[in-house]
Design a binder for this molecule. Sequence first.
Ligand code: 13P
Ligand code: SF4
Length: 306
Amino acid sequence: MTKTELINEIQKLKQEKDAVILAHYYLDDDVQALADYIGDSYYLSEVATTIPQKVIVFCGVSFMGESAKILNPEKTVLLPDPTSDCPMAHMASAENIQKVREEYDDVAVVCYINSTADIKQYADVCVTSANAMRIVRNLPQKNIYFIPDQNLGRFVAKQVPEKHFIFNDGYCPVHVQMTGELVAKAKAEHPGALVLAHPECTPDVLEQADYIGSTSGIIKYVTDSAENQFIIATELGVLYQIRQNCPDKQCFAVIPEQICPDMRKITLEKVASVLRNFDHTVEMDAELSQKAHAPLIKMLELARKE
Ligand code: 13P
Ligand code: SF4
């Protein structure tokens, strides 16, 4: 089947099955081009609560599909590749959360949305890289146990010095490959280019950044900037949208390996296949879903407030 035939089949299946396609900015260009909604983690979780279609094809890693299902238990959520799983999503434990809760009375467990429902169920509130700072700042608790990502946690802690943070040791294997040394090398190769970094990068990278933000923040920064050259310290899938918005601007990678292997497992063929067969639906235990729903809803409420 040619690519055009495949895309036509997907469009036809979408109509027949009352389906909508959501894709994260880290997906392959072909999948982003086909999606009805493309965005960062916050936007996708928010949009999932407002769409009328009965079926959501979630082109992203499994915690994203899981969150969409928790927020919309009555909808069918399909994952084109159910093995597409973010390693960081597993890097926190119920035991450690319990220990911290025993040690501190006045503590909020703040859980990055890049986490499994198994972990989310023990959290007070979820956050994404786009809203973490604002949400943490407005929490009544003095102590913040930030899970699973230590780098986003430390970045937020710097912006919110009035809180006491307890960190966890999770990290994103894709973002930590970009070291401070490699960013300095990229800067030497492209003098004058601004460095734009995702807060999942390590502190030595963030120290050199002209802008730190979520995937949508980075795309917006390039689009709105009067500058023309940028070093991009996040997954290179963001370049698709940057090229749509401003094809004449130049973006440079820090290293060629800035690719999330799990996000990139999703292909047009797998989108077509899951729509044909409905074989990878997200199924959630009702009790777990209910427990993980509370911190997600709290995030949406707090983020909508501001
Ligand atoms: P965003 O929330 O910025 O889209 O990032 C998601 C992610 O997985 C980063 O690695
Ligand atoms: Fe997870 Fe990192 Fe991939 Fe984002 S880029 S989905 S944090 S492994």
